[in-house]
Design a protein around this ligand. Sequence first.
Ligand code: CP3
Length: 344
Amino acid sequence: MKVVSSPFLRACRREAADRTPVWLMRQAGRYMPEYRAIRARFGFLELCKDSEAAAEVTLLPVERLGVDAAIIFADILLPVEPMGVGLEFAKGEGPIIHRPVRSAGDLGRLAEVDPLEATPFVFEATRKVRAALGERVPLIGFAGAPFTLASYLIEGGPSRDYLHTKRLMHDDQATWHSLMERLQKVTVGYLNGQISAGAQAVQLFDSWVGILSPNDYREFVLPWTRGTIKGVTAGVPVIHFGTGTAGLLSLMREAGGDVIGLDWRVDLGEAWKRLGYDVAVQGNLDPAVLLAKPTEIRRHVRAILERAAGRPGHIFNLGHGVLPETPVDHVVAMVEMVHDLSRR
Ligand code: CP3
């Protein structure tokens, strides 16, 4: 079968398929012993920058789990590193930005980057994976949405209440909007670079956007996310994902995307009804369910498939990334369950 008619790409286009496609955010990661073995030889950034090793890691879950799509092994912060913010992945702490952007002066010091030149390793890895996959499964490229990228740049790392971000947004709107404009431009170039290198769909991660009120989302985020999605090469499906977005779904839909990614805090059936059936949805198993015994996993998988009601345009996924504590066997079983319970 040609990859254009694969269940995943059919679902992106809301076409009927013989089963519900499934892949997992963070499907290549620390829960996998094969990943940990490769990771023992490289730092995280080093691994991302070695296109041969990054390609190998991308292919691991395709072989081991039987998922319906590959996602390129990279990180949302790779395209901002060349702006000169001092990115580091410290052990057990997640990303750290040593020179956060909190004022017009900080913004003025950011280097202008052309992502095509700044992150060639991502595009090389994409080309290698695409060649290795052939017509087996489609390859997803991804980027952080401008808001989530801005929140890292401003906070300097993970945050609980995002007060630096909200302060800049409310108190220095001109700087906020110019930062978002810069990030939109970089993100569009970065995504289209992945598409030219062989990515057949892209996911935009607005992981932390759920901390905003609907009004602030509309004013400070929506125009830039919309601009990003509009800038993506025509004809390539865009998955628009965020967490904690129950109150933002209709605005996210307005911002765009062929598929809206849902976290587990919403009922997939109700959310899809609210969004409208003229858009596809992705999700939304609570990643913590994969820690439970397989009979329990099966019950939860079945409930989500029932909410989707066999309607064309559902891509099964978790509501967020796979947890490092997850047993690989449970993930393998979950993928089989989705295929088995959704076969039509
Ligand atoms: O889905 C995949 O398999 C592709 C790989 C992927 C990674 N990061 C690899 C990674 C993807 C899609 C991302 C996206 C990403 N990165 C997001 C959006 C998705 C989400 O989780 O909301 C965010 C917010 C980041 C930033 C980031 N990178 C964080 C917060 C962390 C630390 C937290 C953690 O899980 O360790 C990273 C590091 C990171 N990115 C790891 C992986 C496999 C772990 C690094 C390691 O091996 O130590």
